[in-house]
Design a protein around this ligand. Structure first.
Ligand SMILES: Nc1ncnc2c1ncn2[C@@H]1O[C@H](COP(=O)(O)OP(=O)(O)OP(=O)(O)O)[C@@H](O)[C@H]1O
Length: 337
């Protein structure tokens, strides 16, 4: 199964009036992989999914699934299943009927459709809810119904558009782990759109970072985090974001270079070369975020352990891990090493 479902996007463009949603997207999703698609609001993530699902057409470029151009294949005949952020369940149908609907359309006999629906529901832990209507279930349960419905399509590609977005933090955490397990068991190609930093880092085999309709970088999450290809990716992946100092300033550097350092790569050190005043302290329990300001006006965010014993107004000394400095060409924004 893992050998099917390779998706290739070539020079994909799509505009809505004067809004350029996709500005030449090239992206390869390998058969069987889970690719996470991240980017700011409006960067084109949902547009990519809709085009692959066939719910919308590109202005230019090609979409290949297993080497085959899908342009002329209507959505219901594409071997993809999309899960929407709002789940898009039929409100007037029970959970069971929501699950069997697609199978019945494909002329699967009622008994067989119900047997498969029950199996999918059991797998996702919603076997008790089959007689309820969607509005009689919680957000997390609805999300499972939507996933179960996608499972029943037995697609070669899953397209998940922020399926965890409306879940609260603990449920999100639990469901994220389940999605990873499910993907491991099924081995089906999956493209997962998310806003969430933790999902971007943990969910996928690779992450693709999108900005204004263009792919800025694709790679294993840790690699993209450690070696962002440009200042956009550097500032986008990671929370709080990387400190970026044009000209290097207190971090040292050259005029035409922007130097970056992540908050966790700045340490409080009484002998540190950089002096800064603490402006705010965010105690997050397991860690503390310090917002500091240097005499030259540079603001540096520092991530440190719990209870650092520092208060707003304090003067601190900081040391940047020299092996963890990032350098970007200020003019182009591209990484220098
Ligand atoms: N049907 C449409 N009509 C007009 N503009 C659209 C349409 N669909 C998308 N757009 C515009 O295209 C751009 C990309 O939208 P898209 O929904 O793909 O972004 P996104 O990255 O998924 O954003 P979000 O994270 O907010 O969901 C946005 O500027 C959006 O306003």
């Amino acid at each position: 199964m893992g050998e099917r479902g390779a998706v290739r996007l070539e020079s994909l463009t799509r505009s809505y009036g004067r809004v350029v949603a996709l500005d030449g997207v090239d992206l390869e999703v390998r058969a069987g992989e889970l690719l996470t698609l991240v980017g700011p609001s409006g960067s084109g993530k949902s547009t990519i999914l809709r085009l692959v699902a066939g719910l919308d057409r590109p202005d230019g470029g090609r979409i290949l699934v297993d080497g085959q151009d899908v342009a002329r294949i209507p959505p219901h005949r594409r071997a993809v299943a999309m899960v929407f952020q709002d789940y898009a369940l039929y409100p007037h149908l029970t959970v069971l009927a929501n699950l069997t609907f697609g199978l019945r359309v494909r002329r699967v006999r009622r008994q067989e459709a119900e047997r498969r629906a029950r199996a999918a529901a059991d797998r996702l832990g919603i076997g008790e809810l089959l007689d309820r209507y969607p509005d009689q279930t919680s957000g997390g349960q609805r999300q499972r119904v939507a996933l179960a419905r996608a499972l029943l399509r037995e697609p070669t590609v899953y397209l998940l558009d922020e399926p965890l977005a409306s879940l609260d933090a603990p449920l999100r955490f639990a469901t994220r782990a389940e999605l990873i397990t499910l993907h491991r068991e099924l081995g089906t190609t999956t493209v997962h759109v998310t806003h969430d930093q933790a999902e971007a880092m943990t969910l996928g085999d690779r992450v693709a970072v999108l900005d204004r309709g263009r792919v800025r970088q694709v790679g294993p999450p840790q690699q993209v985090y450690d070696e962002p290809a440009d200042v956009f990716v550097a500032g986008f992946l990671g929370s709080p974001p990387m400190n970026l100092v044009p000209g290097g300033g207190v971090l040292g550097g050259a005029d035409d270079v922007t130097v970056g350092v992540r908050p966790e790569d700045l340490a409080l050190d009484p002998d540190g070369p950089v002096g800064a005043a603490v402006e705010a302290v965010e105690a997050l329990g397991s860690e503390t975020i310090l917002l500091t300001r240097c005499p030259d006006g540079t603001r540096l965010t520092v991530r440190t352990g719990p209870r650092p014993g520092v208060r707003p107004g304090d003067e601190v000394r900081l040391r940047a891990d020299p092996g963890r400095l990032h350098r970007f060409d200020t003019a182009s924004g591209r990484r220098l090493r």
